[in-house]
Design a protein around this ligand. Structure first.
Ligand SMILES: Nc1ncnc2c1ncn2[C@@H]1O[C@H](COP(=O)(O)OP(=O)(O)OP(=O)(O)O)[C@@H](O)[C@H]1O
Ligand SMILES: [Mg+2]
Length: 332
């Protein structure tokens, strides 16, 4: 068994939400078990902690010196480390976007070859599109495909109410990320882009944007940076130029609606559901809306102890979802 000290440290790291420390201690515990010839237990613990796919990278990773950065005033962690399992197969993409993403992955996987010709892979990517269209999950899937951890930063958590602290936070995020190979994901990127173009608070925000751009420009090409935004039109043109690739996401068309339903219901029975009957009612919905409808319909079917989702049930849920959206629109 792991020593009492290790367990106390592990629990502390969990309580403090310190993923790096937690992973490091857990890793040490596994190694201890291995040294005691408890191979079976060590392997099971290993599997529980890391997916098989990540074994190789994690083994070579030095966790000792890594502490996720925090905001000085609030003490909040500025970023999160994730090991996504999602595959690109789980995402409905237009063929154009699929091609762009495949190219990003292919170039990155072969960056050594490119470098011998003094060429570099695309590593600065901007995702634009309305809510619920797959920006975040695509960033996760890219990390998974490249077998890299995802460093997740919500832009608004970096923005500090204390003057000057925001640029320091950004620098901390980039400093941390410089030390390894990751997909560095900036979610809600519009929180700065938006404010800048609205010109509400010149000085400080301008500095933030500039320091972000500088940090991004000087960032080593060992990692991929992805920024995601809902407000593509109001992001400053100066920002757009700095990205190697821009991917526009949108709501699903008829075919994509159909494929989304099939994908989301693939593990549940739906032989009494004629998907074609519902396409027009779902036009204009996001992927996330359709996913929610599919999940609701599945739960209802299970609790009613029925053996298939039916057209009637699906229609009922679509109507409810539309009412829910009306309320949300009213609030906003
Ligand atoms: N293209 C897609 N294919 C399959 N599922 C999708 C797709 N887009 C979104 N989803 C589903 O919708 C949910 C929301 O997706 P995601 O978080 O990636 O959206 P987003 O574009 O990042 O939205 P936001 O702008 O609100 O952050 C997820 O649970 C995901 O499974
Ligand atoms: Mg998102």
């Amino acid at each position: 068994m792991a020593s009492g000290d290790s367990l106390i440290k592990l629990f502390k790291a969990f309580k403090e939400n310190d993923q790096v420390e937690f992973t490091k201690i857990a890793y040490d515990i596994i190694e201890d078990e291995r040294k005691k010839n408890h191979y079976l237990l060590a392997d099971k613990l290993y599997k529980a902690l890391f997916s098989d796919d990540f074994n190789t990278i994690l083994k070579s990773r030095d966790f000792n010196s890594k502490q996720l950065p925090v905001d000085k005033e609030s003490g909040f962690q500025l970023m999160d480390m994730k090991f996504p399992k999602l595959s690109l197969e789980d995402i409905i993409l237009t063929s154009e976007n699929k091609q762009k993403i495949d190219d990003i992955i292919c170039e990155f996987e072969q960056k050594d070859i490119l470098q011998t010709y003094k060429l570099y892979p695309k590593t600065k990517i901007l995702f634009c599109g309305p809510p619920g269209c797959g920006k975040t999950i695509t960033a996760e899937a890219i990390a998974n495909e490249l077998q890299l951890p995802l460093l997740y930063t919500r832009f608004d958590s970096v923005i500090s109410s204390f003057l000057g602290e925001t640029s320091t936070n950004l620098r901390k995020v980039f400093e941390f990320a410089k030390e390894g190979e990751w997909v560095l994901f900036f979610d809600e990127f519009d929180s700065i882009g938006k404010s800048r173009s609205l010109d509400s608070e010149h000085g400080e925000l301008k500095r933030v944007v500039n320091s972000f751009l500088q940090l991004m420009d000087n960032f080593p090409k060992d990692s991929i940076i992805i920024a995601a935004t809902n407000y593509e039109t109001i992001i400053d043109k100066a920002l757009w130029r700095r990205f190697d690739e821009i991917i526009l996401f949108g709501n699903p068309n008829e075919e994509a609606i159909k494929n989304t339903i099939k994908l989301k219901l693939r593990n549940y029975p739906y032989k009494e559901l004629n998907i074609d009957n519902h396409i027009s009612a779902l036009e204009g919905s996001s992927y996330a809306d359709i996913e929610r409808i599919c999940l609701e319909a599945t739960k209802k079917m299970i609790l009613k102890q029925e053996c298939s989702i039916t057209d009637e049930l699906f229609t009922e849920i679509i109507i409810k979802e539309k009412e829910r959206k009306k309320i949300i629109r009213g609030i906003n």
